[in-house]
Ligand binder design. Sequence first.
Ligand SMILES: [Zn+2]
Length: 439
Amino acid sequence: MPEIQKIDLAITGAHILTIDEGMKEYNPGTIYITGNRIVWIGNDTEQPENCKVHEKIDATGKIVMPVFFNGHNHASMSFLRGLGNDLSLDKWLNDFIWPAEKVMINPDTVYLGTMLSVIEMIRSGTGIFSDMYFFEDQVARVCEESGMRGIIGEAIFDFPSPSRATPAESIQFTRDLHKQFINHSLINVSVSVHAPYTCSPNFIRQAGELAEELDISANIHLAETNNEIETIAGLYGKSPVQHLHDLGFLSERTVAHHSVYLTPDDRQLLKETGTSVVTLPNSNMKLGSGACAVGELLKSGINVALGTDGPASNNHQSMLREIQQLARLERVVNFDPTSISARELIRIATINGARAYRLDKDLGSLECGKKADFQIINPDQPHWYPRYDPYNSIAYAMQSNDVESVIIDGKIVMLNRILVNIDEMRIFRELKKKAGMLF
Ligand SMILES: [Zn+2]
């Protein structure tokens, strides 16, 4: 008699969008999970025999797809949400954010702010985020407590940060974090350089070398505003992309956030080096920075992922809203409704993020052997009817509240809109106390 296989969690009856290379679907389909991995995925009618299922979710009539991959965030800036709106990036940073961070940001506020953002992200179907900020050990703590997956990166720049006195300390702290979380199932570490205009060539070079030595990703804000282009041209006589390339920073492990102002030569350099781009449409629109030419980048073979940026420059954490805004922004800029398809938008928000951070062996699509990170969506809502194409519904009509349950690393972190590991009211109460809210 064949051996009985132990299945920890089974999802049955769902319309599964795998987002694999061929965009395969199973309807109705089943996913079997053992530990944190998918051990079987396929049609309901082909379920393997001799399996003993411990826990089962009947997802009949629901849609199952990978969690959204938030490619760039400063999650705990939810603590500063609402400060200094309606300003350009340089005014917003210099007059509001950096002075506020000096007095308000400490390990407690980073913990609370990150927890608040993680609540918002899980509730809208995001299961992983890449974070660049301070006290990143607290961000890791939030991931461990909430069950959220995170890529953590202590921000490196030339002046003292709220957590480290020098860029050398931030680089050392990145090394320490890497050592601490090297085999962690939820946490990865990235080298996070703030920007070419806040970090000296010496430290950009060192940061790139560190990423290479530790074999981890490196990420940076790049070519975000016209002001940055002028500053870098004045300092070094070249574009920010060329500047980073000359410092040896661009490679397949590099993730460039924003990339709004790129020359054809810059685009060629990003492509040649295998650098990925994370586009952040709402942040760019709110700060009046411009628009990343996403369709053009994709056509030239550059991997483009999607993120929310921090909650103080957006001001929300829903990847779904980013997808829907990106779809519209792209058309406004190009006068071309064909520049990105609904399917491409979903890939940008899932597998392309995993590819950018070189985690696509495990994450970003639903395939046998990959980690079990997915969301269960309830399409029994007026804006889903009639249902001709699920990708179109997600890209143009779905709402965050339609996300019913979220599974990360094989574990249920939200079931029927209830967060399993987080006491939301406690977080709201503590935030209210700490932030001195006006209402
Ligand atoms: Zn950012």
